[in-house]
Design a protein around this ligand. Structure first.
Ligand code: GLU
Length: 446
């Protein structure tokens, strides 16, 4: 039987994807893939002033780079007729009512409530207006905005992450669903679409918990089934110093341009803030295998860039040449598989390969720590530099020079690579080649 699990990732195209909102994407995809369900990418572009097509394009592009491919896609700007129909239904049921307060009036009330240390819950004054009063306000040129009339009762749901949640909607203002210019705010379109696309689970950040109480009432008022909810905690910096601008806004595009592996980001976001240890996954399916809502911690997730880089290195260390050949070529790195196998264990991000390519294939200044040793070494350098050359050569050199251990290997490495450490010399030497090795051992730039 086909799975009835359908989730949605619903970014507003008012910016690009960043670590802060990416966790939502990752959790939605992991759950869907684990359950054999589907993901809807919903572009929440009802805010026509702030939404931009270029952001919608960038979000799709970033998700594709991460390997998060939606099974279906919708955009709210195409669906206004559905929202109008739902609004009509709510009006007919007496749940959507016109209000005429201006922004200034509402702001004044907010300040008064604050001064009296009272919660700022809308007082429903508009419900008291007579037909004549409304007509008079409209004659003045005032246009209504529309509020949803809450039940003012406890709403209870079992949150997949937070457990039992109870919110009394008498503690919140009737939400504005339609602005006076006729545009819909996010609240109603989201519910209408969740019903229309048979969304089974709404997985989103805990900043939406209060919305959920209102939206459950809207689901019920529209006669739609209420989906399951999972509200995950937000991302904070590794030191716990609150939502960090830098980390929270660390863009996916920037990480891609830095040469990061998408699976290191997925692996980190799959496990950070869960009861699992952070580990490496090579595929989304593999990461999905270990997903469970019950593992998601209720405390904020700590996003650590160092951890990300460590994971990235671990992923690179296991990648076969075929997986990176094209990207290496684009970085101007040659040397084929032999080069890749030599250096992959020393990389943190793929572009680090450029440094080692430069060292094996372009002139460098050797560092001469022990000129006597390196002169001797040049004299007995084997004619063929294959994979076995290094151990044979250094064994012979040890006998001849009486040096061993660090005193033997370190000056050779410094002369041949200009570096104090790096990939195995056994693999680097054949790549450096005989002519260049001889020149470097003699202290020449080569
Ligand atoms: N567009 C909303 C946001 O980005 C979606 C919230 C939701 O998932 O319902 O906050």
């Amino acid at each position: 039987m086909a799975s009835s699990i359908i989730v949605r990732f619903a970014p507003s195209p008012t910016g690009t994807l960043h670590v802060g909102n990416m966790r939502g994407a990752v959790l939605n995809w992991l759950f869907a893939r684990k359950m054999g369900g589907k993901v809807l990418l919903r572009i929440d572009d009802t805010d026509t002033e702030r939404s931009k097509e270029e952001y919608a394009i960038a979000i799709r592009h970033d998700l594709a780079w991460l390997g998060l491919l939606p099974d279906l896609e919708a955009r709210q700007s195409d669906r206004a007729a559905h929202y109008e129909a739902a609004a009509e239904k709510l009006r007919a049921a007496g749940r959507l009512y016109p209000c005429y307060e201006t922004e200034d009036e509402l702001e004044r009330r907010r300040r008064q409530a604050q001064a009296r240390h009272q919660p700022n819950v809308y007082n429903r004054a508009a419900l008291e207006l007579t037909a004549e009063q409304r007509a008079a306000l409209e004659a003045e040129g005032r246009k209504p905005h529309w509020r949803f009339k809450l039940n003012r009762k406890p709403v209870v749901w079992h949150d997949e992450v937070r457990g039992r949640v109870e919110i009394d909607t008498s503690s919140v203002s009737d939400p504005v669903l339609i602005r006076e210019d006729g545009r819909f705010l996010y609240t109603l379109p989201s519910v209408v679409d969740d019903i229309a696309f048979h969304i089974s689970h709404v997985i989103r950040g805990e900043d939406h918990v209060m919305n959920t109480a209102s939206q459950i009432e809207i689901f019920e008022a529209l006669g739609g089934p209420v989906p399951a909810f999972a509200h995950y905690p937000l991302v904070v910096a590794a030191d716990g110093s609150g939502l960090s601008k830098r980390i929270g806004s660390l863009g996916v595009a920037k990480l891609r341009d830095d040469g990061l592996e998408p699976m290191s980001l997925i692996s980190l976001l799959a496990h950070a803030g869960t009861s699992d240890a952070v580990g490496v996954h090579h595929t989304l399916a593999d990461a999905a295998e270990s997903f469970a809502f019950g593992k998601i911690s209720r405390s904020p997730i700590r996003f650590d860039e160092h951890e990300l880089l460590t994971l990235n290195g671990r992923i690179l260390h296991g990648l076969p040449y075929a997986a990176v050949a094209e990207r290496l070529a684009a970085l101007g790195v040659g040397g084929g598989e032999a080069f890749w196998l030599a250096v992959r264990g020393n990389l943190t991000v793929l572009p680090d390969a450029r440094k080692w390519w430069h060292i094996v294939a372009e002139p460098i200044d050797p560092v001469m720590e022990d000129p006597e040793l390196t002169r001797m070494a040049a004299e007995i350098l084997p004619p063929e530099l294959d994979g076995d050359a290094w151990p044979l050569w250094t064994k012979a050199l040890a006998e001849r020079s009486g040096r061993k251990g660090k005193a033997l290997f370190h000056p050779l490495r410094l002369a041949l690579t200009g570096q104090g450490d790096g990939p195995e010399m056994k693999r680097l030497l054949p790549l450096i080649g005989r002519a260049r090795a001889l020149a470097r051992l003699a202290g020449e730039r080569a």
